[in-house]
Each structure stands twice: as structure tokens, then as C-alpha cells.
Design a protein around this ligand. Structure first.
Ligand code: GDP
Ligand code: MG
Length: 167
């Protein structure tokens, strides 16, 4: 089996960190600074009969006059077309307008969605996305929620298994 896996989410939720962990190599550039990933990056992982082609996107931004932002939004939207699985990555500590914007695009996707709740290691934060998660689950009936820590590699094998089952 072989298929495309799009990784989408607002800047800084940990998309590139997740891809790096899955691939076991530093392919995507990660940083605290948003917009570190300027281009769509591909990563291929083959394991036995399963080959997953990951598409790391620059993250969707609020549209503004900046040509770079427009360009990045365009490539992030294109990544949602013609894929087999969408990883909608959110940060468990914070839900923002930009997450809402990503949701508005993801809701039209017809392929399986894995709602990846990243940064579960950060349990000390005051804010939380739980109320939004409940709402999201009702809005995305074909999505399955997968809590992970991309930084600490927690639950990534489970995520990869769920991806493989959907390719
Ligand atoms: P991207 O913009 O979505 O690609 O996000 P990055 O992968 O560049 O990560 C943004 C920031 O979040 C970096 O400082 C990462 O180290 C941090 N980060 C990513 N995943 C985790 C995680 O699971 N836990 C914690 N605590 N931080 C994370
Ligand atoms: Mg990135």
C-alpha cells in the first residue's frame, strides 16, 4: 500500500517536529518562530508493504498583504487535494483563530482525517482546547482524535499505525 499523507495545521503546532520524528531524521526545519517552513516538504517512509508519502505544509495563515503568506496559504491548500489521509495537527494548549481557519478548509476534505492533538506533554498550561475538541469531533465525523507528543515521541507509533490502516 502507498499513499499521500498531508500534514496541516496553523504555524507552530508542531507539524515539522512530528514529521521529523516519524522519519527519524531532521528533514523539516522546526523553530519557535512561525513560518520557518516556507515550502511544502515531502518525506517518504517505507515500512514493509506500506509506503507513506508525507507532505509537510507551511501552515495556514491569516491572509494579509504579504505575498509570502499568500504563497504559503496556496501551497497548504493544494496539499489537501489528492491525498489519502489528512493529519490535522492542533496544539493542546491553545486554540486560535488560525486553527479555526484551518478547520474551515479541512471540513470539506473527503478522505480520512486524523485529528492529531500535539504537545500532550504540556499539561501545566492554563488554556486548553478540550471544549473545541468536543465541538470539532461533532464537526468532523470522519476524524479520529490521536493525542501525541511529537517532541517526546509519545504515541507516534499508534499514529503511524492508524495512518497505515487508512492508506
Ligand atoms: P510547525 O510550525 O507546525 O511546523 O511547528 P514546529 O514543528 O516548527 O514546532 C514549533 C515549536 O513547538 C517548536 O519550538 C517545537 O520544539 C515545539 N513542539 C513541537 N512539538 C512539541 C511537543 O510535542 N511538545 C512540546 N512541548 N513542544 C513541541
Ligand atoms: Mg513547520
Amino acid at each position: 500500500r502507498c499513499g499521500y499523507v498531508a500534514i496541516v495545521g496553523r504555524p507552530n503546532v508542531g507539524k515539522s517536529t512530528l514529521l521529523n520524528h516519524i522519519l527519524g531524521q531532521k528533514l523539516a526545519i522546526t523553530s519557535r518562530k512561525p513560518q520557518t517552513t516556507r515550502h511544502t516538504m515531502l518525506g517518504i517512509k517505507t515500512e514493509g508493504e506500506v509506503q507513506a508519502i508525507y507532505v509537510d505544509t507551511p501552515g495556514l495563515h491569516k491572509e494579509n498583504e504579504k505575498a509570502l503568506n499568500r504563497f504559503m496559504n496556496k501551497s497548504a491548500s493544494q496539499a489537501l487535494r489528492d491525498v489519502d489521509v489528512v493529519l490535522f495537527v492542533v496544539d493542546r494548549t491553545r486554540w486560535t483563530d488560525e486553527d479555526q481557519m484551518v478547520f474551515e478548509r479541512v471540513q470539506y476534505v473527503t478522505c480520512p482525517i486524523l485529528l492529531v492533538v500535539n504537545k500532550v506533554d504540556r499539561m501545566d498550561d492554563k488554556s486548553d482546547i478540550l471544549p473545541h475538541l468536543e465541538w470539532l469531533a461533532t464537526q468532523l465525523p470522519n476524524a479520529e482524535v490521536v493525542p501525541v507528543s511529537a517532541l517526546h515521541g509519545r504515541n507516534i507509533e499508534v499514529l503511524e499505525q492508524l495512518i497505515a490502516e487508512r492508506l
